[in-house]
Write a protein that binds this ligand. Structure first.
Ligand SMILES: [Zn+2]
Length: 302
């Protein structure tokens, strides 16, 4: 069983931080809500998959992103590339499954082409993304020499959501069907897929081409220290301790500075980082001389 951590999407982290430190507009707040829901859904799916593969010889790859070369019209020259991101790749029972997880807090009406909201307005064709992923992933597998079939599912993970007119047997799993489906298909692999997993990891793209730095300068951001879990402003408890009034977690000074460094890198990896910038970014709650000393002692890296 192979389990790796899932990383919070960069855009989600950026918006969470920007919400604390700058004004974000309605459209961004909306995007933040959607990303948060999506992230929640992915965590819920991870828990369900991990529950059934526990102790089994299975492989679970999360957020598998790879680049795809798109041939030009004449099919001869590769002109541009795009990337495909698959929420979950599961190799179990000598079969390969992919799961695209969506968490929405509204009901939908299924359509062979376009799905609609319950008021009749068009939503989108949710299966299009899944079939595109399936094509691209099968193509990649062919290159690895493993010409395996890939069974791709759309997972609508919200238990509160109703999908109307959903036909049976469409590779679409609603919340109540996910566990049963996994119980049915998850078996030990009889063969080893270490080489295949190694190949897939070698093709993994870690930095997405869609990730971009935020659209502000560092000195436009409000200084302060915020909880890395709930993004609430931390309160100083003592000389070496901050505490989150929301989740009650305590943070020592060093971990607070490490978090500040992490935030700056997430927002824009090109920004210079030094003790003065960090001190200002902390809302002058941590002195630059303290930060310099900790760096000299090897406790901080930036
Ligand atoms: Zn907190």
């Amino acid at each position: 069983m192979v389990i790796l951590l899932r990383h919070k999407p960069m855009k989600l982290e950026q918006l969470e931080i920007m919400k604390c430190r700058a004004g974000v507009g309605g459209a961004e707040l909306n995007e933040l809500d959607n990303l948060k829901l999506g992230w929640e859904g992915e965590g819920e799916m991870d828990a369900m998959i991990e529950f059934v593969i526990r102790g089994r010889n299975c492989i679970h790859l999360k957020d598998y992103r790879f680049s795809v070369n798109q041939a030009a019209g004449d099919g001869k020259i590769v002109r541009s590339s795009s990337e495909v991101q698959i929420d979950n790749v599961l190799i179990a029972g000598d079969r390969i499954f992919t799961f695209e997880v969506k968490k929405y807090n509204f009901d939908l009406i299924y359509g062979d082409e376009v799905w609609t909201y319950t008021n009749g307005e068009k939503f989108k064709n949710l299966m299009q993304q899944v079939s595109r992923q399936n094509d691209a992933f099968r193509h990649l597998l062919k290159k690895s020499g493993a010409g395996m079939e890939v069974y791709s599912c759309l997972v609508l993970i919200s238990p509160a959501q109703t999908i109307y007119s959903l036909p049976y047997g469409k590779n679409i799993l609603v919340h109540s069907a996910v566990g049963k489906f996994l119980e049915r298909v998850v078996r030990d692999n009889r063969y080893s897929y270490d080489r295949l997993a190694g190949f897939l990891e070698s093709r993994r793209v870690t930095k997405s081409m869609y990730d971009a730095p935020v659209n502000v300068e560092v000195d436009e951001l409000r200084g302060g220290v915020f909880c890395e879990n709930c993004y609430v402003e931390l309160e100083r408890l003592g000389r070496d301790c901050f505490s989150c009034p929301s989740c009650n977690e305590d943070f020592d000074l060093l971990s607070v500075i490490q978090r500040l460094i992490h935030e700056l890198r997430i927002l824009n990896s090109d920004w210079p980082i030094n003790s003065l910038i960090l001190s200002k970014y902390s809302g002058n709650q941590i002195s630059s001389s303290y930060i310099r000393t900790q760096k000299r002692l090897g406790n901080l890296k930036y």
